[in-house]
Design a protein around this ligand. Structure first.
Ligand SMILES: [Zn+2]
Ligand SMILES: [Zn+2]
Ligand SMILES: [Zn+2]
Length: 147
């Protein structure tokens, strides 16, 4: 996994550092988005808060991660697609799904939502589509409680 994350950093013109690798690995291991404080726990307190904050910002700015505001107003981070890059405005049009049961926020990458064309010079710099309910994993558990 390290080599994948290393390649990702190099492809985006970023220096490979231990903290950047740890953050990318932690997020790529999971199918849901993590908040900064969850990442801190995941990394075992191996880096200080300011460094982690800066790392997350750098990775977002360069199109390796994107930020999601969850239902409780907490910023969460999820990996980007391969074709994301450093652009002036970096946002995603897939749906973010908050599960009220497991409380996880997931990127539904296959659900791209079309942005309507805006008139009169209006220009979108950020957009976020979110929905909440019960995720497929929790639903499957509900239906087969033994498994
Ligand atoms: Zn992206
Ligand atoms: Zn769930
Ligand atoms: Zn997403």
């Amino acid at each position: 996994m390290n080599s994948e994350s290393e390649a990702l950093l190099r492809n985006h013109g970023l220096r490979v550092t231990a903290i950047r690798l740890s953050v990318l690995n932690a997020l790529n291991r999971r199918s849901f988005a993590l908040s900064q404080s969850e990442l801190e726990v995941d990394l075992g307190g191996s880096c200080d808060r300011v460094t982690l904050y800066r790392t997350l910002n750098t990775l977002c700015e360069h199109g390796l991660l994107h930020r999601i505001m969850d239902e409780k107003g907490t910023s969460r981070y999820a990996p980007c697609r391969d074709d994301c890059g450093a652009t002036d405005w970096h946002f995603h049009t897939h749906l973010h799904f908050f599960c009220q049961h497991c409380q996880e926020t997931r990127c539904l990458n296959e659900t791209e939502i079309a942005i309507p064309a805006l008139k009169d010079g209006f220009e979108i710099h950020n957009v976020q589509f979110s929905a909440s309910g019960i995720c497929g994993l929790c639903k499957a558990k509900d239906q087969n409680p033994q498994t």
